[in-house]
Design a protein around this ligand. Structure first.
Ligand code: NI
Length: 254
């Protein structure tokens, strides 16, 4: 059974068939799903999903592209949701210098503030970091994020950076990119990192693996991701599914 550690089933891409799709996934090898909030609306909808489906858990947090909508009142609201019995992480939080939708200083401020939420509540963090390798690591070190647990979602940086994160006890989230012909850098990271530090994730509806690249992604396609990891690491498909599932259970406590 596959543990899906990062999906956005609240996304409007699933409005037409959300219920059927989720029932299908639960019946076809997807054991658990962490639905990850990214905006205030996304967090609200994540809570609805985790309350409706026994196999869905939630992460509450605001994506760096959306932190303009945060204030201390909203942080209090997020804090209250952290104590929900099915909330398993604070996320996704971090820095995104690719889309650059929010000023870097504003992004950094709310990344730190949301890391505080994790420190206050004992939850792990789900970190989104795009084109912001140095600042992400600098902030996490300065904030003693090694005292927290977490995952670097959609890992896209170097082997050297991966080593730094693993030394801090962090997992690396591996998704569709590992199946891409131009995913050489990630393949090298997967070859290098012990299986004990990897998690399976889709980021659905985005980042569908080959042979569905460019289409709407869903957790059923994690079989292609697990297969690609198995080939790189020269282990069986079952071993990849089994160990990444144990890793996810250990991290999220479910
Ligand atoms: Ni995401």
């Amino acid at each position: 059974m596959i543990f899906e550690t990062h999906a956005h089933y609240d996304d409007s891409a699933f409005d037409g068939d959300r219920e059927q799709l989720l029932e299908f996934l639960a019946a076809h090898g997807i054991e658990k799903i962490v639905n990850v909030g990214a905006s205030l609306k996304g967090v609200e909808d994540t809570v609805k999903l985790m309350e409706k489906y026994p196999f869905i858990y939630g992460a509450v947090g605001i994506h760096p592209d959306e932190v303009g909508e945060l204030d201390e009142e909203k942080i209090k609201w997020l804090h209250s949701l952290c104590s929900h019995e099915k909330t398993v992480a604070v996320g996704e939080i971090g820095l995104d210098y690719y889309w650059n939708k929010e000023n870097h200083e504003v992004q950094k401020k709310w990344f730190v503030r949301q890391m505080d939420l994790a420190k206050e509540t004992g939850l792990p963090i789900i970190v989104h970091s795009r084109d912001a390798a140095k600042d992400t690591l600098d902030i996490m070190k300065a904030e003693r994020a090694d005292y927290l647990k977490g995952v670097i979602h959609c890992y896209s940086y170097s082997k050297e950076q991966a080593k730094e994160y693993m030394n801090m006890g962090y997992f690396l989230g591996i998704g569709g990119v590992v199946t891409f012909k131009n995913g050489k850098k990630l393949k090298e990271v997967v070859e290098y990192a012990p299986l004990d530090y990897l998690l399976l994730e889709t980021d659905a509806p985005y980042m569908a693996p080959e042979p569905y690249r460019g289409r709407r992604n869903c957790s059923a396609y994690l079989t292609y991701v697990a297969q690609a990891i198995a080939e790189i690491k020269k282990v069986s498909y079952e071993e990849v599914v089994d160990i990444t599932r144990k890793n996810a259970r250990r991290l999220f406590g479910v």
